[in-house]
Design a protein around this ligand. Structure first.
Ligand SMILES: Nc1nc2c(ncn2[C@@H]2O[C@H](COP(=O)(O)OP(=O)(O)OP(=O)(O)O)[C@@H](O)[C@H]2O)c(=O)[nH]1
Ligand SMILES: [Zn+2]
Length: 348
């Protein structure tokens, strides 16, 4: 268990000031990309495959990858970003370039950051595959937490139930009943086994031409899934890091992998852990999409949807329109968010 140490406001402020001083110092030492304009080609569009410090690997419009420096004016650049870049005309055989600007993001995956409050991990994601499995355990509450995170990014989650080879029909039946409910809400469902290959074809179809991520708890089989889809993924990642000369960062940096379907997969430990942090009550309710059309029908505007008189959500649970487990999860998650807020500690 990691040791938690509570910091007071003064300590936090000092840490932040020190860090800012270091950043300012580092910045004043590194001049911006030191290349005269006549050495740079025309503006082109590219896609960030990975980022390492002040460099990024991009894919050009012909699908070729190359390393680029990043202008200091580009303050945030992550895997998945579409960028404007210019090629450096140089005598060296290796193509290189400069990233000039980031195009507006369609979506951004963020996580809390000790120093900056929130940090963007990846961008322009079309689909979030929430992976759960029969073992270690199937938990609809964890599933709902990921759904909340996805819905708050306005991305429809795809629900994957892995390791179906480990359960017989009778063990699968109650889980399937819940998955049917999620399906009725519009979420695609894939039953999968990395071991037997059941569902892999459906997975390929769903991944399609999109930019995808896999999220889910440790042990549900995310690595196994990536290996199923891309048996050479490790080598591909190795190649990219060799190219950058900064291989040591590859274990934590987000990277974008091309899938045989033509789609893409963004992967990193930060991406996989996405989703299980603090949200306010309004954000939580966004993840319960079947509640949303009923909210305006609750008698009181500040209805907590518990024992409040005239609660339309509660009435819908009683009539069987809304599943009891979703209602229970909503309250458990709101409660745990409230507890988190009152016990907020900084972890060092
Ligand atoms: N029986 C069975 N085992 C599986 C399946 N998929 C994965 N496993 C096993 O489950 C264990 C965990 O799989 P991983 O792929 O490492 O899980 P992960 O989600 O990447 O875990 P972290 O790296 O901790 O996030 C491994 O022992 C896998 O062999 C499956 O479909 N069926
Ligand atoms: Zn209500």
């Amino acid at each position: 268990m990691a040791k938690r140490k509570k910091l007071n406001i003064g300590q936090i402020r000092r840490i932040q000031q020190n860090r800012q001083r270091k950043l300012d110092k580092a910045e004043s030492k590194t001049a911006d990309v030191n290349i005269s304009d006549d050495m740079l080609g025309a503006d082109q569009q590219g896609l960030v495959i990975s980022r390492f410090g002040q460099h990024a690997i991009i894919e050009d419009s012909d699908g070729e990858t190359l390393q680029c420096d990043i202008r200091r004016t580009v303050t945030s650049l992550v895997c998945g970003d579409e960028v404007v870049w210019r090629e450096i005309s140089a005598s060296s055989a290796k193509r290189t370039g400069v990233i000039e600007a980031v195009l507006p993001r369609r979506s951004a995956l963020t996580r809390p950051d000790y120093y900056d409050g929130v940090k963007t991990v990846a961008s322009n994601i079309d689909q979030i595959f929430v992976v759960s499995s029969i073992l270690p355990e199937y938990s609809n509450q964890i599933l709902d937490r990921y759904i909340i995170a996805a819905e708050n990014m306005s991305i429809t989650p795809v629900i994957v139930l892995n390791k179906v080879d480990l359960a017989d029909e009778s063990a699968l039946a109650p889980i399937r009943q819940q998955l049917d409910y999620y399906h009725s809400l519009g979420y695609p469902i894939i039953e999968l086994s990395c071991k037997t290959g059941v569902g892999i074809a459906q997975l390929h179809d769903q991944l399609n031409e999109n930019t995808n991520i896999f999220v889910g708890q440790s042990g549900v089989g995310k690595s196994s899934l990536v290996n199923q889809l891309l048996p050479d993924a490790d080598e591909i990642v190795g190649d990219v890091s060799d190219n950058s000369g900064l291989g040591q960062h590859t274990t934590t940096a987000s990277k974008m992998l091309s899938l045989p379907s033509g789609g893409r997969l963004i992967d990193s430990p930060g991406v996989r852990e996405f989703g299980l942090w603090h949200m306010n009550q309004e954000q939580v309710v966004n993840g319960f999409i079947e509640f949303l059309p009923l909210l305006s029908q609750c008698k009181f505007r500040d209805c907590k949807h518990k024992n409040d008189p005239g609660c339309a959500i509660r009435a819908a649970v009683e009539s069987g329109e809304i599943a009891q487990f979703r209602f229970d999860n909503y309250h458990k998650i709101v409660l745990s968010m409230e507890e988190n807020r009152s016990n907020r500690t900084f972890v060092r």
